[in-house]
Write a protein that binds this ligand. Structure first.
Ligand SMILES: Nc1nc2c(ncn2[C@@H]2O[C@H](COP(=O)(O)OP(=O)(O)O)[C@@H](O)[C@H]2O)c(=O)[nH]1
Ligand SMILES: [Mg+2]
Length: 248
């Protein structure tokens, strides 16, 4: 098999409502219009609704799409599994709800052509007005500490739209230590993005930060109190692991 130019990795955990809402509809038509070859790798993260059945039907109908399934392990485990299985020269992950429209991948590809190893989205046109005040305050506080502790200079560590050259992806995703655990109950994201970017920096990889749109899609996956606390603890653990030399 020749490698596709672009792999799009999409984690899915109980996404049946978003599937019904048509979130996936623009993907194949958009990618089919491009001159490059591509694949979509869905990772069903132990969904308890009918996401898996629906995605498997989707993949049966559409060439260049495939479905991996893992026991429920949270977003980190799902993205990691997808990235390590992806065949593309450039590997992008994006959220199922398409909060950042896939067309932004064209900017990301251009940045890779200019030499970036890692490209991350910065949510500039953010539909923040729709978020509750509590959720905005939480995210501000969390991001402030994350930057301070682990990622000075990174403008938006949490945007779910990031791409990697094949080599960078392999290096980073095989080195995750904190955010590779499985065995989680309910929705879980953790500081997975933080560890990815921390390692990218540690390995001296060139990171580009590009503006992207962010259309808010309400999400019921995450516990709004447990999640920021576990993110902060994970971030501290990343720093500690680094001091202990666990990243080599
Ligand atoms: N939040 C969450 N997302 C998961 C999990 N496993 C996989 N995902 C996927 O990660 C992506 C981001 O989830 P979403 O709820 O949209 O997060 P948000 O937009 O940051 O609030 C989606 O594609 C989910 O299907 C999980 O345990 N928790
Ligand atoms: Mg979302």
């Amino acid at each position: 098999m020749t490698r596709p130019f672009l792999s799009v990795v999409i984690p899915a955990y109980n996404e049946s409502p978003n599937y019904s809402a048509g979130c996936l509809d623009p993907l194949v038509p958009f990618l089919s219009r491009q001159k490059f070859s591509w694949e979509i790798v869905f990772v069903d993260d132990g969904s308890t609704d009918d996401t898996k059945a629906r995605l498997s039907e989707f993949c049966r109908l559409h060439p260049h799409t495939r479905l991996l399934t893992i026991p429920h392990g949270g977003k980190a485990a799902a993205v990691r599994a997808g990235i390590l299985a992806a065949q593309g020269g450039i590997i992008l992950f994006t959220d199922f709800d398409q909060s950042t429209p896939l067309k932004f991948c064209l900017d990301f590809i251009a940045a890779h052509r200019r030499g970036a190893a890692v490209v991350i989205g910065v949510r500039v046109h953010r539909d923040a007005g729709a978020d509750s005040l509590a959720s905005r305050v939480r995210s501000r506080i969390f991001l402030f500490f994350v930057r301070l502790i682990a990622l000075p200079g990174i403008r938006d560590s949490q945007c779910g739209f990031k791409s990697f050259t094949r080599g960078a992806a392999a290096k980073i995703f095989s080195s995750l230590q904190v955010c590779r655990q499985n065995q989680v109950s309910g929705g879980y994201m953790g500081a997975f993005d933080v560890e990815v970017l921390f390692l990218a920096r540690k390995f001296g990889l060139a990171i580009d930060q590009l503006p992207v749109d962010w259309i808010r899609v309400p999400s019921h996956h995450l516990n709004i109190w447990r999640e920021p606390v576990s993110m902060l603890l994970d971030t501290l653990k990343i720093r500690l692991y680094d001091i202990l030399g666990k990243y080599g």
